[in-house]
Design a binder for this molecule. Structure first.
Ligand code: NAD
Ligand code: WQD
Length: 343
């Protein structure tokens, strides 16, 4: 019998890559998603890669009745990986209540349903955004969580606080909060990758869409930051490395190797690249010239976010294996594939 794992947000960008990694490691995965930012086609794409087409439950986790029904059906699951959330930073500033009710509502409903059905291992998608503007780099897990700049970011900070309150109130649940830095890249098969709707906010899809000509020009937001080239620095991590970190974190919980009822790990590569360095890596790896121009700073951007992931390397027995060239190369292969598919 395979161990069953529920993956909420399972048809999304990081959830779908994690589903592949778990299936390949021998788990049965159930995807749960309301398809608000993903498509049902992802299920067949996962099937093409793994030769196993996982079950998809299309429900809104922010609606308790739907959540309760699905969890009852899958009460033999041993763990939950909770990716489901709305994630567009700018949109969250315009629609804060939508973001809080979706992201906090789906978290609390999922935790309530997990408890009712005796599923006691829970992994949460957190973000480097919980640090706001950090005091020092690289950022360790114990760095102060400051008020993030957006309601989206704050929903992640509040989510971590809710889970801290939960583990303080009862011993039955074990939680791991994984704080991703900047996930980019796509699956090597070309079957899975990031599919932003509308104009991308994030750098990587903006780069690949500019290279295909969908966007006229990439705007580089600011060159007057206190960094080596004046351009903001981020810690980019390949989405497949991230997926592998989820497998390690989940197995740590299943083997009950966690040392605290709630553990927190930063997930990055530990290396920071400026936007200009990413552009150059893209041009060198793909041979595509990018049309870009430097403009003013974007509101809410901080100069530098680089993780110390030493704790994850040690406790999760995990290390990112894929370099920047593999990240940008796979993102480009994915972009070309989806454009051809649509044409
Ligand atoms: P995504 O939008 O591709 O995936 C999230 C999925 O959750 C989508 O498929 C969406 O349809 C689903 N969803 C949203 N609300 C739901 C609800 N109420 N009920 C059921 N399904 C719902 O995003 P992603 O990039 O894969 O991110 C996954 C998680 O990681 C999110 O929690 C996000 O906040 C977090 N995260 C992402 C990044 C990043 O840069 N991509 C960085 C840090 C943290
Ligand atoms: C990266 C760098 C931009 C677009 C966001 C969220 C964070 C987390 C990851 C979820 C920055 C620059 C970007 C463009 C640019 N998500 N840039 N031109 O802002 O580090 O983090 O995604 O939790 O919460 O805030 O990522 O990809 O938007 O930007 O110059 O068109 O690229 O200024 O320096 P960010 P990003």
């Amino acid at each position: 019998m395979k161990t069953k794992v529920l993956i909420t947000g399972g048809t999304g960008y990081i959830g779908s890559h994690t589903a592949v990694t778990l299936i390949e490691a021998g788990y049965e995965v159930i995807l749960i998603d309301n398809l608000s930012n993903s498509s049902e086609n992802v299920v067949s794409r996962i099937g093409t890669i793994t030769k196993v087409k996982p079950e998809l439950e299309v429900i809104d986790l922010a609606k308790m009745e739907q959540c309760a029904t699905v969890f009852k059906r899958h009460q033999d699951a041993k763990a939950i990986i909770h990716f489901a959330a709305l994630k567009a930073v700018g949109e969250s500033v315009k629609k804060p209540l939508e973001y809080y009710s979706n992201n906090i509502g789906s978290l609390t409903n999922t935790l309530i349903c997990a408890k009712k059905n005796g599923i006691d291992k829970f992994i949460f998608s957190s973000s480097a955004t919980v640090f706001g503007e950090p005091d020092s780099i690289p950022i360790t897990e114990d760095a102060l969580r400051k008020r993030p700049f957006s309601p989206y970011g704050n929903s992640k900070k509040v989510s971590e606080e809710i889970m801290e309150d939960l583990v303080a109130s009862e011993s039955a649940v074990s939680i791991t909060s994984l704080r991703y830095f900047n996930p980019i890249g796509a699956h090597d098969s070309g079957e899975l990758g990031e599919l932003p709707s509308g104009v991308p906010n994030n750098l990587m899809p903006y780069i690949t869409q500019t290279a295909t000509g969908i966007r006229e020009k990439l705007w580089v937001y600011g060159d007057d930051y206190p960094t080596r080239d004046g351009i903001p620095i981020r810690d980019y991590i390949h989405v497949v490395d991230l997926a592998e970190a989820h497998l390690s974190a989940m197995e740590r919980l299943l083997k009950e190797e966690n040392e605290e009822p709630m553990e927190v790990f930063n997930l990055g590569s530990g290396v920071g690249y400026s936007v200009m360095e990413v552009i150059h890596a893209f041009e060198t790896t793909t041979g595509q010239k990018l049309n870009y121009e430097i403009t003013h700073r974007r509101n809410g951007d901080v100069p530098q976010l680089v993780a110390s992931s030493e704790l994850a390397y040690k406790k999760l027995d995990w290390k990112p294996k894929r370099n920047l060239s593999e990240m940008v190369g796979s993102a480009w292969a994915w972009e070309k594939k989806i454009r051809n598919t649509k044409n």
